[in-house]
Ligand binder design. Structure first.
Ligand code: SAH
Length: 247
C-alpha cells in the first residue's frame, strides 16, 4: 500500500479483525470522502506481529480468572511499527476504563493529522503496554462491548464528519448537540400537519429573530430536562460569561 500524503487525515487501526473495516465507514458522506481522498483508513492485523508458531496474541490472565489477555509484547510490536510511519498521530486504546470520548475530543482530533486506534479483544491488553507507551485510553460509554472495533468506528465517524468537505457546505455542525454545551433544539419538516400535529407556528412565521430565540429556549429546556449534568455546567459557564461581560 502506498503511504497517504502527510496532509491527509488518517485513521490507523490495529485490530484482530481488519475485515470489519471500513464497514459502516464506507457509506454515505464518509464513504464518499474516503473514496475522494479527503481522509484515509489503514488497518493493521495485530496477529501479523505474533512470533509463535500458532500466531497466538493472547494468553491466560496472571493471577487466574476467566478469559484471556492480549499480550503486551505482540501488541507493542504492532503499535511501534504503525507509529514509525505515523509518528505524529496520537495513540488511543479503546477501553471502557478510558476517559469518556466527547465532541470536544472529536474536534481536537479533527484538527490533528489523524489517530492510531488500538482495538482490544478478550479481557483487554496487558496493563504494562499502557504504561510503556504514551497511550490515551478512551471509552465510548459506560457499557462493555466485545471488542474495540465498533468503538474505533464510533471515534472515526465522529471525527471524520468534522473534516472540511465531508458533510458538504450546507451542513452546519456548529449548532449541533454538545457544540455549545446544550443539546440541540427539535427539528420539523413537511407535511405541515401530520397525524393532527402541526409544526410549531413560530417556525413558519418567517421571523428569524423569533425562530432563533425559540430554538435557543427549546435547546435549554431539553438539556435541563434530560441532562442535568450538562445543564449545570452550561448554567455555570453562562454565569461566568455574564460576569465577564458586566465587568
Ligand atoms: N474486561 C474489560 C472489558 C473488555 S471488553 C473491562 O471490564 O474493562 C474487550 C474490548 O472491547 C476492550 O479491550 C476494548 O478495546 C473494547 N471495549 C469494550 N467496551 C468499550 C467501551 N465502552 N469503550 C471503548 N472500548 C470498549
Amino acid at each position: 500500500m502506498t503511504s497517504p500524503p502527510q496532509s491527509l487525515w488518517t485513521a490507523e487501526v490495529l485490530t484482530l479483525f481488519p475485515e470489519m473495516f471500513p464497514g459502516p465507514l464506507g457509506f454515505s458522506n464518509l464513504g464518499r470522502a474516503l473514496e475522494d481522498g479527503i481522509w484515509a483508513l489503514r488497518t493493521t492485523q495485530i496477529r501479523d506481529y505474533a512470533d509463535n508458531k500458532h500466531r497466538n496474541v493472547d494468553d491466560t490472565p496472571a493471577g487466574g480468572g476467566p478469559g484471556m489477555v492480549m499480550r503486551a509484547d505482540i501488541a507493542a510490536r504492532a503499535l511501534d511499527a504503525v507509529q514509525a510511519r505515523a509518528p505524529n498521530q496520537p495513540m488511543i486504546y479503546l477501553s471502557p476504563r478510558g476517559r469518556p470520548f466527547t465532541q470536544r475530543r472529536a474536534r481536537e482530533l479533527a484538527a490533528g493529522p489523524g489517530v492510531i486506534l488500538l482495538c482490544g479483544r478478550f479481557e483487554g491488553v496487558d496493563e504494562r503496554l499502557l504504561q510503556a507507551r504514551p497511550i490515551e485510553e478512551l471509552s465510548i460509554g459506560d457499557f462493555v462491548l466485545a471488542g474495540g472495533e465498533l468503538a474505533a468506528m464510533v471515534v472515526i465517524e465522529a471525527v471524520v464528519r468534522l473534516l472540511p468537505g465531508v458533510l458538504g457546505a450546507a451542513a452546519s455542525v456548529e449548532e449541533e448537540s454538545f457544540e455549545n454545551g446544550l443539546l440541540e433544539y427539535p427539528h420539523y419538516t413537511r407535511p405541515a400537519i401530520w397525524e393532527g400535529r402541526p409544526i410549531p407556528a413560530v417556525l413558519t412565521s418567517g421571523n428569524h429573530r423569533k425562530i432563533a430565540l425559540w430554538r435557543r429556549q427549546m435547546a435549554e429546556a431539553v438539556t435541563r430536562a434530560r441532562r442535568p449534568d450538562l445543564w449545570a455546567k452550561w448554567a455555570r459557564s453562562k454565569a461566568r460569561r455574564k460576569r465577564a461581560h458586566d465587568n
